[in-house]
Design a protein around this ligand. Structure first.
Ligand SMILES: [Zn+2]
Length: 454
């Protein structure tokens, strides 16, 4: 194929140009802010919530625990003033001419308790001067999002060229920017905060082409590609997955969709980590062995986002007076009783999944099974074998030495261990010596000091 192409002439057989428009982004609700701050700065969802809360308490940011990306129509004028103020406050806006248009983010029906997250008029007065580094980053995101949301759409021309060569057909796609619109502000703000969007896809720019254009002896190259395995979640992508969990099965008009709410998702992620079901590796969230196992044994009814959706809908009904709290609680009781009845006896195999993964410190001198460290002893893992070395063994207590894991490991491995600074009750002094494991198979394991002093 490579040879065939290189020998022949390439012809551009078709060239399609299409004008496309990308609307400006919406304003931030909490989840969207948490996602972007995680993607750009690696902030955890909880950190973002904490920083936003601190900014809110300083009266520089509006209420952060919101799930709306919109403002109400009566806020249009004050928001436009805010934008004018931001344009002169933010250095990266110096050369940008922004004709603010808020129609796309103004929707009274999409604001329930709180509107989208915005900087406040107070922030225009104080600026960034009193803010910590992290607060500055977060504030910059919020300001830039407002400016982007009010800017013009991004317009580009999508070019698709079909080229035939040596009997094969190739397709090339590229973009030509017609109007940067809101993307200019996004780029400037990112550059100002020296943030690179790692996930941004590189754009292909095609050279000017014309239909019927030919190329002689084109250079050909065959490249091998692999499909990538799915990536581990970051808090950014996990928040999105939580927001959209079970969307297909959840009724369109459900009050509560997805897992958790805007205000609780950060806490849910933290809880998974503190309980040991997931761990952070850089930006990635990786399930632990316990995490996998828990997900594997939990009944489907408990892991389904529909349960939360149902409860959410019913709780709203109770708040509105159309549903009865007693009925709801009875339902929960019945469900809990049912679950406990069905799942009270976890099979031994499943229970075993949760025994902590212990590290053997050595092998048992009596039976050869692994020896583990317990709170008070070092014990043989074979229950039928009675080998156990107590940490408070009199031998070590008398000599005023702690019976450490290192000592136990050495005794199991070599049958002896060199110990410095043992106390002698006879002389009242300390001495160095070699301790032997002198096991006789009895209830207690014996130790003795090697006698090699002549
Ligand atoms: Zn044993």
């Amino acid at each position: 194929m490579k040879a065939a192409c290189e020998k022949s002439q390439a012809v551009c057989t078709s060239l399609k140009k299409e004008k496309k428009t990308v609307a400006p982004p919406k304003l931030f609700d909490l989840t969207a802010l948490q996602r972007e701050a995680n993607r750009l700065y690696g902030f955890t969802a909880k950190q973002t919530l904490d920083y936003a809360q601190a900014l809110y308490e300083k009266r520089l940011l509006t209420y952060p625990r919101t799930d709306s990306k919109y403002i109400t129509s009566d806020m249009q004028d004050s928001t436009k003033e805010l934008i004018t103020g931001l344009c002169s406050l933010l250095p990266f806006m110096r050369d940008v001419k922004l004709q603010a248009d808020l129609t796309r983010v103004c929707d009274n029906s999409k604001v329930t308790d709180h509107h989208a997250i915005l900087p406040t008029a107070e922030f225009l007065k104080t600026g960034f001067s009193s803010l910590t580094d992290s607060e500055t980053k977060l504030m910059t995101l919020v300001c830039a999002k407002l400016l982007c949301a009010a800017a013009a759409p991004y317009e580009y021309e999508a070019v698709t060229a079909v080229i035939s060569c040596g009997g094969y057909t190739f397709t090339a796609k590229g973009k030509t920017t017609l109007c940067e619109g809101w993307r200019e502000i996004e780029k400037l703000s990112r550059a100002a905060s020296e943030e690179q969007d790692e996930d941004a896809e590189p754009e292909t720019v095609l050279p000017p082409l014309a239909e019927g254009q030919t190329f002689d002896n084109p250079a050909a190259e065959i490249s091998e590609c692999y499909t990538q395995p799915p990536k581990a979640y970051t808090e950014d992508t996990l928040l999105s997955a939580m927001e959209n969990a079970g969307k297909e099965e959840t009724p369109e008009d459900a009050e509560r969709k997805g897992l958790g709410t805007t205000a609780t998702r950060a806490g849910i992620i933290e809880k998974l980590i503190s309980a040991g079901f997931a761990e952070r590796k850089g930006k990635k969230l990786i399930p632990t062995k316990d995490g996998y196992n828990l997900a594997a044994i939990l009944p489907d009814s408990l892991t389904s986002p529909q349960l939360t959706a149902e409860w959410g809908t019913r709780l709203t009904g109770i708040a509105k007076g159309s549903d009865s709290p007693a009925d709801f609680m009875r339902g929960i009781e019945e469900m809990t009783a049912g679950l406990v009845k069905t799942y009270s006896a976890i099979s031994e195999d499943k229970a075993k999944l949760f025994t902590p993964q212990r590290e053997a410190i050595g092998t048992c001198p009596r039976c050869g099974a692994a020896v583990y460290e317990g709170k008070k002893n070092f014990y043989c893992s074979d229950r039928a074998c009675s080998f156990v070395m107590w940490k408070n063994d009199r031998f070590f207590e008398q000599r005023k030495k702690a019976f450490t894991k290192a000592i136990a490991a050495a005794l199991l491995k070599d049958g002896k261990v060199k110990i410095k600074g043992m106390y002698s009750t006879k002389t009242g002094k300390t001495f160095d010596g070699v301790v032997l494991l002198a096991d006789t198979g009895g209830k207690y394991v014996n130790f003795r000091v090697e006698q090699n002093r002549k």
